[in-house]
Design a protein around this ligand. Sequence first.
Ligand code: ADP
Ligand code: MN
Ligand code: MN
Ligand code: MN
Length: 332
Amino acid sequence: MSAKYQAEYIWIDGTQPTAKLRSKTRVLDVGDELPIWGFDGSSTNQAPGDDSDCVLNPVLTVPDPIRKGNNKLVMCEVLLTDLTSHPSNTRAACAAMAEKHAASDTWFGIEQEYTLFKGSRPLGFPDNGFPAPQGGYYCGVGADEVFGRPLVEEHMTACIEAELAISGINAEVMPGQWEFQIGPVVAPTAGDHLWLARWLLYRLGEKFGISATLDPKPVPGDWNGAGAHTNFSTKAMRESYEPCVEAAEALGRRAELHIANYGHRIEERLTGLHETARYDEYFYGVSDRGASVRIPWQVEKDGKGYIEDRRPNANCDPYVVTKLIIETIHEA
Ligand code: ADP
Ligand code: MN
Ligand code: MN
Ligand code: MN
């Protein structure tokens, strides 16, 4: 018998309004190439029951930090049986847009915020009532301020072992809320890595009996929502300041289109409070964390760098967001 390895095929389903991750395992002979594979699309909101077959096409293979050894995680895109792109496949359009404007070499750094839950309450929330108001939790330390660190640390290590472009983590403003950053990398790789990092977070949460959610406003009221600030730079922006300002101006010309594509229930999060600008307003500013788009102070000082689109929700699809940003800054 030849040696075997396990390949975890991971894909994005067709659930509306926010898609979910799915995965299943294929046992292969060591040395075998990864084949395309199929699944039952009628169980993932991707096909009717009488014509249920959908196709998994591997787009990125990385070491599996959970099973370790020769085992792999395999990010897939979903195809129809004629091998054209499935309607739920947002990666294909992202890859095409990145290819079209490849000359400008656009990099993305995405800050994924999320909230850990034990049962129906965020980690750190008492069974009844509320914890002390926000103020001490962001980048905090100590058992009374920080909740879920063992899972967060294991997730970061897993991302590194999976060779994902994770660049950091921090505890966030609300108890049980955290962030990890992916990038800077090009599209569609930024989306591939972010979706794989999300999968690892959910998967490791199983071990701890903790679920992570990308809900943009997990607790109503005076508690921060969860976003996915998207930092980006073209080669021109990395070399001079004027293109940074031009990109911020271009985003303003299509503000409504971006809001409509930045994640379900964005109006609940972009209220103008809690370090956000209102969803129906657009403005940018240097160092301004109450703006739609922030130019970091260091970028103004250096006269070059990147800008931060603060609007995307935690539950956004990074393929959709990065595709739209590339399109807008080059074509609007
Ligand atoms: P914040 O102060 O907004 O919390 P973070 O440190 O969490 O900032 O995130 C900054 C992000 O910006 C990181 O994901 C990093 O990879 C990204 N970044 C840094 N330089 C660039 C660049 N030139 N182009 C795109 N993204 C960048
Ligand atoms: Mn951050
Ligand atoms: Mn943050
Ligand atoms: Mn940020």
